[in-house]
Design a protein around this ligand. Structure first.
Ligand code: MLT
Ligand code: MN
Length: 307
């Protein structure tokens, strides 16, 4: 299996268009310690030729142009993108589907809940269902995504429930019930091939026992690295929300990701979906040294994460 990070930032990207924070300014100035990053997405392949995207970020067009592996090669009109697997219905997971509207066949693999959101939004009709197959994926049931020509990808993929939150733009209120959403609103993706297991979990509200069991023994995990501290957006004056309110557990702290993974055996641990407020985006920050000591890597666009 091959896997390449197409984008490593959270919604809004890095630098975010309306942020004048120091890290964003350093990124814009070309500071080599502060790399710009597009919005989170991963490409996986069983044969190294044909690719499945996990999430279609609003930056997808730019991400395709930046990676030769995703360029058309076969005919006048063609694409090595055979399918898109979705982890939720947030803008940063689905908006990029609109870039893929040119009557190019591929498949969308997602939970019933996420497919219903696409169906309810007529704009996604630009991907005509005759051309772009919708494949409803039951959680916890492995499947082999097929190439457009019907051949098998050689990948075994499974979507699984993750503690999360309904998409920001689908929130109906502030109560815990309204925010939590339903099973299938936030999922993780496990990809298996050749005895290797890669897990992609860009949004996770908290660690749970079932999730720990699934993570155990993984070859590579790309995990929610949105915020360093739960209240960092508030402290920096960037907004009123905590990470918890946004459905993201923070990296540091007693309930954070570093602590949660200490007793889970994972070969390679990588943070992805990183918000522009997170100090780990700065290579020479103190927080980056903490991560290095704890055995964590920080994803960047173009990072090779093949297990
Ligand atoms: C999130 O990950 O919390 C969402 O992408 C937020 C958003 O839609 O901006
Ligand atoms: Mn997001």
């Amino acid at each position: 299996m091959r896997a390449v990070v197409l984008g490593a930032a959270a919604g809004g990207g890095f630098p975010q268009w309306n942020s004048n924070a120091e890290a964003c300014r350093r990124a814009r100035a070309g500071d080599h310690c502060v790399m710009p990053r597009t919005q989170a997405s991963l490409a996986v392949s069983g044969d190294g030729e044909r690719w499945f995207l996990i999430n279609a970020s609003p930056d997808l067009r730019q991400q395709i142009e930046a990676r030769a592996i995703l360029h058309p090669r076969r005919h006048l009109r063609s694409s090595p993108i055979e399918g898109v697997i979705l982890t939720g219905a947030d803008v940063d997971a689905i908006a990029g589907l609109l870039h893929l509207r040119e009557r190019q066949p591929f498949a969308i693999h997602a939970s019933e809940r996420v497919l219903a959101v696409l169906k309810a939004n007529p704009i996604f009709g630009v991907l005509s269902e005759e051309c772009v197959r919708r494949e409803s994926v039951p959680l916890g049931q492995p499947f082999e995504p097929r190439h457009v020509d019907g051949s098998g990808s050689g990948l075994e993929v499974e979507l699984f429930d993750v503690p999360g939150k309904v998409a920001l733009w689908l929130e109906t209120g502030d109560s815990p019930d309204q925010l939590r959403g339903n099973t299938g609103d936030t999922v993780g993706v496990e990809v298996r091939a050749g005895g290797q297991r890669l897990l992609y979990i860009p949004g996770c509200a908290q660690m749970s026992e079932p999730l720990k069991r699934r993570l155990a023994g993984a070859s590579v995990v790309l995990f929610d690295g949105t915020l360093w501290q739960d209240d960092e957006m508030i402290r920096l004056g960037l907004g009123p929300k905590t990470g918890r309110r946004m459905g993201h557990m923070s990296v540091s702290g007693p309930d954070g990701t570093i602590a949660a993974f200490r007793d889970i055996a994972v070969k390679r641990k990588i943070l992805v979906h990183i918000n522009n407020s997170n100090p780990i985006l700065v290579d020479d920050s103190a927080e980056r040294s903490v991560l290095a000591r704890e055995g964590w890597e920080v994803a960047y666009d173009g990072m090779e994460v093949s297990p």
